[in-house]
Design a binder for this molecule. Sequence first.
Ligand SMILES: NC(=O)c1ccc[n+]([C@@H]2O[C@H](COP(=O)([O-])OP(=O)(O)OC[C@H]3O[C@@H](n4cnc5c(N)ncnc54)[C@H](OP(=O)(O)O)[C@@H]3O)[C@@H](O)[C@H]2O)c1
Length: 291
Amino acid sequence: MSEHAPRAVVTAGTGGIGLETALGLARQGWDVTLVGRDAARGEAAVSRVDGAAGRRAGRFVRADLSSLAETRRLGERLAGEGGLGLLVNNVGGMWTERWEGPEGIEGSVVLNHLSPYVLTEALLDPLAAAAPSRVVNVTSGAVAAAQAVFDDAEPPGPHYGLAATGRAKLAHLAHTVELAARLRPRGVSVLAADPGAAATANAAEMTMDILPPPMRPHWELILKGVSAPVASAARAPLAAATDPALEGRTGVVVGPEGTLDDTLLAFVTPELTEAVRGWTAKLLAAAGRSS
Ligand SMILES: NC(=O)c1ccc[n+]([C@@H]2O[C@H](COP(=O)([O-])OP(=O)(O)OC[C@H]3O[C@@H](n4cnc5c(N)ncnc54)[C@H](OP(=O)(O)O)[C@@H]3O)[C@@H](O)[C@H]2O)c1
């Protein structure tokens, strides 16, 4: 790693869309910290990042981001290292079976919303110290299928992965827009990036049961979508992270083509943002009591 290179952190950076994003950043001269759980996958990813950069540009840091306590510790560690030019909150996904993180909160809410929320808060000062800097929050077209109810930790009725992830991503998108306004005076831009569907490990785990029954006839279409190459899905996060044309743009969404696309922003209303703010605060307080 070079003391002159700009520094980036990519969560879930050792595989899937995160690794492809990290490779693209390394080719553009960034030093990249890759966060993941598995050391062997981490070391393999670091050597690919070094290969893409033609120098030592990668570093693996182990953390399980399904634990908010562990995410907080990661944030403290990274914050102690000085200025940070880019944070890519890529961790997230969609699961067929409902699961919970160690703090007892439903897993898709933890990985798609609360964990990136907590990590970003911990890194605000290093991001501001490196301004102009960017936060990129990886979102999903699943937002369009969200059950947009934020009265309780989970909405009533059965759990379907698509709706659960859509709701968590919608919450994070509302937070993205709000955070963008808050950080504008500090020179930190906050953008969302929708990678579109891609053939990643997480996509391969999904079964038709992610869909509410009326949507199941569309399963074949979804399978076709998630056969797309992973490298092309990194176009959106890479553009959001580095496109000079986006300099100064904040609170915007970069779509799968790597260009601005406000389709998903139509789901974010002031009422929804306020509901998400209160709901998030309650969940974080409950998580704090349990850890
Ligand atoms: N794939 C799609 O079709 C699609 C579509 C729209 C949006 N997205 C979004 O794109 C982002 C990346 O998705 P992906 O499909 O590339 O996911 P993925 O295949 O699950 O990504 C794998 C990466 O996630 C890491 N990871 C998984 N769980 C982790 C945890 N608890 N803590 C830390 N790292 C963890 C893995 O490392 P370890 O296993 O070693 O921890 C590995 O680096 C997500 O936010 C997802 O919602 C994906």
